[in-house]
Design a protein around this ligand. Structure first.
Ligand code: MN
Length: 424
């Protein structure tokens, strides 16, 4: 099915800066607040935010099957109940309304005054109420690097890695919106030279460059979603910084995996870019060898070309680009992750969140965590103010940005950023 709103020829009567992540072909969804009004659903073209509650009340979304409650809401969950078909129709309608050639809305000054807002005048809130959070481990280079650092290069990948999209169940309560600063975590750790564990603040605080995807309502318990069906269950994606306290993680993770080293905070970018908007940027994935079991086989291009970057900004300092990677480097795609996750009958629910795992490219400069960039602290990163980073310092802000670009259309996520405050 062709997605009308993706037409690269479309231009909007709303001004779009040339390097914007948000042309008329994007139409992401988010939750805004302006202080005096209650939170509501919005989209964005260029630096202009479009209030979908108001646009609905003016009657511009009539006949699409939506209700005012879908937009007069503090989360996108109600709107997402309309499923892939519903959100596709909604995106198409918004696309038509804001096209250069359409004057249904563009000359109605009194309406525009009420429904258009400047990005600087709104607060972006956590867009989705997340029920369950699963974090995968699906980048081969990342798994290989970590295997080299903690074991040896000859058996860096564990025997299951190329047969299973490895993952763990995380915690949803501490997934928070970009811009919310947080305190360095404390916990139990056992330094390599110590005989017994100690308690204290994490001294190896790290970021993980990831993307996240979010599902519509899945199937009932006991059923599974195939790789072929998976696209229909995926609403959209965001950038995810899956913060990790490496010292806490290193002591606690055997035998049941990540726990307190991971669940103190994970940040997501605030605009959810629909999978529909990302369809034009599909690319083929790596050759999977050994051959996967039939339930993990897939056809067509299921990977996506998304340029990713991580920057560290010290207090009162400049941004330093520390890594450039790409989502296309993933070994396992979202379809395989979802098929694997449900193959035992596990039920996916509306608003569930799935992390990709740290996305590292094959070369130095493309690694998605400080653990890999500084090679476990042995190769400190040189900042442009002369200081060095092995991991993240107090008052550093970590920023991640991402966008796809093809045929003159750039579809991006904006950014996810957060500052590390000293331990509480
Ligand atoms: Mn992670």
């Amino acid at each position: 099915m062709s997605i009308k709103a993706n037409n690269p020829a479309y231009k909007s009567w709303v001004e779009v800066p040339s390097d914007s992540d948000f042309p008329i072909q994007n139409i992401p969804f988010g939750i805004i607040s302006t202080g005096d009004d209650s939170p509501r659903v919005a989209t964005r073209i260029g630096d202009t935010v479009i209030d979908l509650k108001v646009i609905f009340e003016f009657g511009y979304l009539e006949g699409l099957g939506f209700n005012v409650e879908d937009f007069a809401s503090a989360t996108l969950n109600k709107m997402m109940r309309h499923g892939k078909e519903g959100t596709r129709i909604l995106r198409d309608r918004i696309s038509v309304l804001f096209q250069e050639s359409n004057d249904e809305l563009k000359n109605n000054k009194s309406h525009l005054e009420k429904l258009l807002l400047d990005i600087d005048d709104v607060e972006l809130l956590m867009p989705i109420s997340i029920g369950d959070y699963t974090d995968f481990y699906s980048s081969e280079q990342h798994a290989f690097n970590v295997g080299c650092l903690f074991r040896d290069p000859n058996n860096a990948l564990l025997p299951n890695w190329k047969h299973i999209p490895v993952g763990y169940h995380g915690r949803a309560s501490s997934i928070i919106a970009s811009g919310i600063d947080f305190h360095r975590p404390k916990g139990q750790k056992k330094p390599p030279t110590a005989e017994i564990p100690v308690f204290g603040e994490s001294s190896l605080l790290d970021f993980e460059l990831e993307t996240a995807f979010f599902t519509y309502e899945g199937k009932p318990l006991g059923d599974h979603i195939t790789t072929e069906e998976a696209d229909e269950y995926i609403f959209g994606m965001a950038l995810l910084n899956d913060w990790s306290a490496r010292d806490i993680q290193g002591w606690e993770y055997v035998p049941l995996g990540p726990f307190l080293g991971k669940n103190f905070a994970s940040h997501i970018s605030c605009w959810i870019v629909t999978l529909d908007a990302l369809e034009p940027f599909r690319v083929s994935g790596p050759n999977q060898d050994p051959v996967v079991l039939p339930y993990l086989e897939y056809t067509g291009d299921k990977h996506i070309d998304i340029n990713l970057e991580v920057l560290i900004k010290p207090e009162d300092g400049q941004e330093n680009s520390v890594a450039k990677s790409n989502y296309k480097h993933m070994y396992w795609n979202m379809n395989q992750q979802l098929a694997h996750h449900t193959v035992n009958g596990c039920n996916m629910r509306l608003g569930d969140c799935y992390g990709s795992g740290t996305i590292s490219g094959p070369q130095e400069g493309q690694f998605g965590s400080m653990l890999e960039i500084s090679w476990k602290g042995t190769k400190p990163f040189k900042m442009n103010d002369g200081t060095e980073r092995k991991f993240i310092n107090d008052n550093d802000t970590v920023i991640m940005r991402g966008f796809s670009e093809k045929n003159g259309v750039r579809i991006g996520f904006g950014e996810v950023k957060a500052k590390v405050l000293p331990t509480k």
